[in-house]
Ligand binder design. Structure first.
Ligand SMILES: [Mn+2]
Length: 372
């Protein structure tokens, strides 16, 4: 150690160099951590481009080397690349699920803009930006390392509920992608001024889905139902009609009665055709779901719900009855329910006379406009 005593300046330089090396290494590690965290958070949510464009860490520093940039771009590319080298089937990776999801919902009167200028719930335009790497029409073709076991059509009857739709689209995509399934979000909007006919919209959505692709599970989903737990696996059962709801905040986290099937209901193609779809005679709010329950029984199907009640948990966005969707008259509803089974084979899918007026493919969903 004689050289140290001889060259105290040298010692100073060595100390300074190793110090700055530690600082640099620290920053570089930190930066990688940040990028990894972003990438991890967006895995399956296809937001990698967002990271490149918006992350201040990348814009500001020059350490972003060509290799790591290429890695991110390659990931992006692979996301779009549909050829999958493997024929391995996707299974639900329970370890990757989050379980309980804390939702941020507001009443429909609220429509706040945050301090950073973002609107909550995100605007449709912003949602289309988030999901721009999906195949247009809200089509997800599954994780790249495996083939989907099921292709879902998520059918959402809709009118006058744009804010609900924005919440719905914000929460449903990441959830389904974490469950590693292929899906298409089909929003069926009634395109006339008549009273809302939910049954017709759902039947029409089913027919549209059949016209565009090969689905093995059709999930009829209320636009105001937001899942609170991603362990509630969206699925169809071959022998039973699947109702994915046990708990709703609206009913103090119960369902109002045992054979209530509102909210989220999943049919195979065969089941839905066998029950002849939904009745088309319920105009206004209510009744069509109880009618469907009778159809399900009449054709000998049973109902399936998840074994664990606390995962089949949903929040329903609070709302008043829409002007163009008033509550159906009680006496009329009783009459219709009374004759439900006798009407089943002549009222439904096979009696549908709707007109498809438009199909718009947004990145986040397919909007099918239908005249009732
Ligand atoms: Mn509702």
């Amino acid at each position: 150690m004689n050289w140290m005593r001889a060259n105290p300046q040298m010692l100073l330089i060595v100390v300074m160099m190793s110090g700055s090396f530690i600082i640099l290494a620290h920053f570089s590690l930190f930066r990688n951590k940040v990028i990894q965290r972003f990438m991890h958070a967006s895995r399956g949510n296809i937001q990698k481009q967002v990271v490149i464009e918006e992350s201040p860490y990348i814009k500001r520093n020059k350490i972003m080397n060509r290799e790591s940039l290429a890695r991110i771009l390659r990931l992006n590319f692979e996301q779009k690349n549909e050829t999958k080298p493997t024929s391995r089937k996707c299974h639900v990776a329970y370890a990757k699920l989050k379980g309980y999801i804390s939702l941020h919902l507001m009443t429909e009167e609220t429509n706040q803009t945050t301090s950073s200028g973002l609107t909550w719930p995100p605007t449709l335009k912003y949602l289309d930006f988030i999901y721009k790497d999906l195949e247009h029409g809200g089509v997800y073709k599954g994780p790249k390392e495996c083939k989907c076991a099921t292709n879902f059509a998520i059918i959402v009857p809709f009118r006058d509920r744009e804010q609900h739709l924005r919440f719905f689209l914000f929460y449903i995509h990441p959830l389904l992608q974490r469950q590693r399934t292929c899906y298409t979000i089909i929003v069926v909007e009634q395109d006339d001024d008549k009273t809302f006919n939910k049954g017709k919209m759902m039947n029409s959505g089913f027919l549209y889905a059949n016209s565009i692709g090969d689905f093995d599970c059709y999930i009829f989903h209320d636009v105001d139902m937001i899942a609170e737990n991603d362990r509630n696996i969206y699925q169809c059962k071959e022998k039973k009609v699947a109702h994915l709801v046990w708990q709703m905040d609206k009913y103090d986290y119960e369902i109002p009665y045992y054979d209530y099937i509102g909210g989220v209901l999943a049919f195979t193609k065969e089941q839905f055709i066998t029950v002849n779809g939904f009745s088309t005679m319920y105009e206004g709010w209510g009744g069509e779901d109880d009618d469907m329950m009778k159809r399900i029984w009449a054709k000998g199907y049973e109902l399936w719900r998840p074994r664990k009640k606390n995962i089949a948990r949903f929040k329903m966005i609070h709302h008043n009855h829409d002007k163009r969707n008033p509550r159906i008259d009680d006496y009329l509803m009783q009459d219709l329910l009374f004759s439900a089974i006798s009407r089943q084979d002549s009222d439904g899918l096979n009696s549908l006379h709707t007109v498809r007026t438009d199909v718009i493919k947004y990145p986040s969903h397919t909007r099918v406009k239908v005249r009732s």
